[in-house]
Design a protein around this ligand. Structure first.
Ligand SMILES: [Zn+2]
Length: 184
């Protein structure tokens, strides 16, 4: 069991597209285990390798009591139907914002042994898959918000204690959204 440090917004690894996994070896299996351990400890609904500083296309998820992972994921089908709801990110601790996502997606990729895997997700799992695949492309959830929401989010981020972006304003409290189970 190896819990890794989660990289926070501002770390360049989070905005750098990750590389395809080409070797399905012991190192990859250790990476998947580290991601699971770190995600469960946080706790979060998902975690992408760049969030622990590894630039490889791997993510894990923990949704509806199912823990899984996907290597080199590609989203194939996305429903036209959208979902709206609060979304968090372990790289933005304590913050959650309304973020539109597709309601259903199908993603294919590989497991850590190199076997082809397809995941079909709706609701939270679909949100998680879209969020994590974005991480692998160096895209963050703030990039998916409409301009007005993004402005509000950036203000809260600047005021967050963990961000080095601005002077924290102690008088302004970030609204205490419950992010347990939502942060990905
Ligand atoms: Zn995230």
């Amino acid at each position: 069991m190896s819990i890794q440090q989660i990289r926070l917004f501002g770390d360049p690894v989070l905005t750098t597209p990750a590389d395809e996994v080409t070797t399905f070896d012991k190192e990859l299996r250790v990476l998947v285990q580290d991601l699971v351990d770190t995600m469960v400890d946080a706790p979060g609904a998902g975690l992408a390798a760049p969030q622990i500083g590894v630039g490889l296309r791997v993510f894990t998820y923990d949704v509806d009591d199912v823990i899984g992972h996907l290597v080199n994921p590609v989203i194939g089908v996305m429903s036209d139907e959208e979902q709206d709801g609060d979304e968090g990110c372990l790289s933005f601790p304590g913050l959650a914002f309304p973020t539109k996502r597709r309601q259903r997606v199908v993603a294919s990729g590989f497991n850590m042994h190199g076997d082809p895997v397809t995941i079909e997700g709706s609701a939270l799992l679909a949100r998680c898959i879209q969020h994590e695949v974005d991480h692998l492309d160096g895209v963050l959830f703030i990039d998916r918000m409409d301009p007005e929401q993004r402005k509000l989010a950036m203000k809260a981020i600047r005021e967050a204690e963990w961000s080095g972006l601005g002077t924290p304003a102690p008088a302004v409290k970030v609204s205490p959204h419950a992010t347990r189970g939502l942060a990905v």
